[in-house]
Design a protein around this ligand. Structure first.
Ligand SMILES: [Zn+2]
Length: 408
């Protein structure tokens, strides 16, 4: 727990940007992280007052940059319901994504996102502190660092004199720590034409670059055929890049991947303060985060003249190869469930699962002949079907096993 001793009236920060408009500015990164991870924000627990305060801060920044509001009703925010805990034991309520748009007049849009919620006072059980209750979990790296990245990239691309051949949607999610609620809701209820989305860039924990190894992991490099070569072709960085092909990982890019959108996740690695009250602003490598943001800009610029990226599904790392699939169920999978099968967090109206009667809380255990053990086996199974095909789907609802008929 560390207070950055800041004034609560942080409004003037919006106007306080330094003038070097087209460069990533370490000072901006630091001021965003200090504010978002200050004790006043109470660890930004989903649905809490501290989280609302963070939301307000992010919206003010978007407004200061004159970005278009792309939430609901001409605002920067999109409300969504959340309910933690498989058996309805946890908290529930409403939280918000913050969404802004930079219109470059292009026919495709890049989504740049990061979650802004964190563990609050350690109340939901995912703290790694021995005695977490009541301690403020400031989450400077997880994930004030990613939000600072969104805000600084938003400033960079909106002040850039030469306009990209892409529009940008900047989004800060809530509900991530409880199970990707915000990003799942957004991908089910997008506020832009989803067919125009080119790809998604997720930043979750980009503040602790090791100054010696300079190692950064980019996950999702198998979600489009262009990623690997594009990343390999970047020479203006001394970061040591490791790629991981999988589109499924423990953060918001997974929600986009599951909607057939190529997605990358940037991550500077875990550390001993991870999910502890000691994840504070004074431990952030600000120069390192600047390098990460410059790397992201390089990726975006390198692909800017390319048409909309092709999507690929990814397999387990050990399996190597990739393919694309033709069908969708229209369910929001839970990532926090430890029951075997695929726990459904929501079924989109009018999509095959919903039509077949699959409900929130159901656990899918079999699709056709394929046993579903987890999200990976679920993805593998979906790859086996064609549009128009009708298959039996086994689900567990409470203690009852049902067989429903799904038409893709
Ligand atoms: Zn995180």
């Amino acid at each position: 727990m560390k207070s950055a001793k800041l004034l609560l009236s942080f409004c003037f920060f919006a106007a306080g940007y330094s003038v070097g408009a087209q460069k990533i500015d370490e000072k901006n990164i630091q001021s965003h992280i200090k504010i978002l991870s200050a004790d006043e924000m109470q660890g930004r627990f989903t649905g809490s007052d501290g989280e609302r305060m963070a939301l307000e801060y992010i919206q003010k920044q978007f407004k200061g940059l004159k970005l278009q509001p792309l939430g609901v009703n001409n605002s920067y925010s999109q409300a969504f319901p959340f309910k933690s805990g498989v058996h309805g034991t946890g908290t529930e309520g409403t939280a918000h994504n913050a969404i802004a748009y930079l219109d470059n007049g292009a026919d495709k849009t890049i989504i740049i996102g990061a979650h802004y919620d964190h563990l609050g006072l350690g109340e939901n059980g995912s703290s790694l502190d021995a005695n977490p209750k009541g301690k403020i979990h400031n989450g400077a790296d997880d994930n004030a660092s990613g939000v600072a990245g969104v805000l600084e990239l938003a400033r960079y691309f909106s002040k850039n004199k030469v306009k990209e051949n892409n529009n940008f949607l900047f989004i800060c999610f809530s509900g991530e720590e409880m199970g990707l609620y915000g990003s799942k809701y957004f991908t089910e209820n997008p506020t832009l034409d989803f067919s125009k989305v080119n790809y998604m860039i997720n930043m979750d924990m980009i503040g602790r670059l090791n100054p010696t190894t300079k190692a950064i992991t980019i996950s999702g490099s198998g979600t489009s055929p262009v990623w690997e070569n594009t990343i390999k072709g970047i020479t203006n960085t001394d970061l040591v890049i490791k790629t991981d092909s999988s589109g499924i990982g423990p953060s918001d890019h997974s929600s986009f991947y599951l909607k057939n959108i190529p997605a990358l996740h940037f991550f500077t690695g875990s550390h001993s303060d991870y999910h502890k009250p000691t994840d504070d602003w004074d431990k952030i490598n600000y120069a390192g985060e600047k390098e990460v943001l410059e790397l992201i800009i390089s990726v975006i610029e390198k692909l800017d003249a390319e048409p909309k990226l092709a999507f690929l599904t990814t397999k387990n790392k050990s399996m190597g190869s990739a393919r694309s699939f033709k069908v969708t169920m229209g369910v929001m999978p839970s990532y926090t469930s430890d029951v075997p099968g695929l726990l459904v967090d929501g079924a989109t109206e009018g999509k095959p699962a919903h039509k077949a009667g699959i409900q929130t809380g159901d656990v899918i255990t079999k699709i056709g002949d394929y046993e579903i053990k987890d999200i990976q086996t679920y993805m593998d199974a979906l790859g086996k079907f064609e549009k128009g095909q009708t298959v039996p789907v086994k689900v567990m609802r409470k203690n009852e096993e049902l067989t429903l008929s799904v038409t893709f």
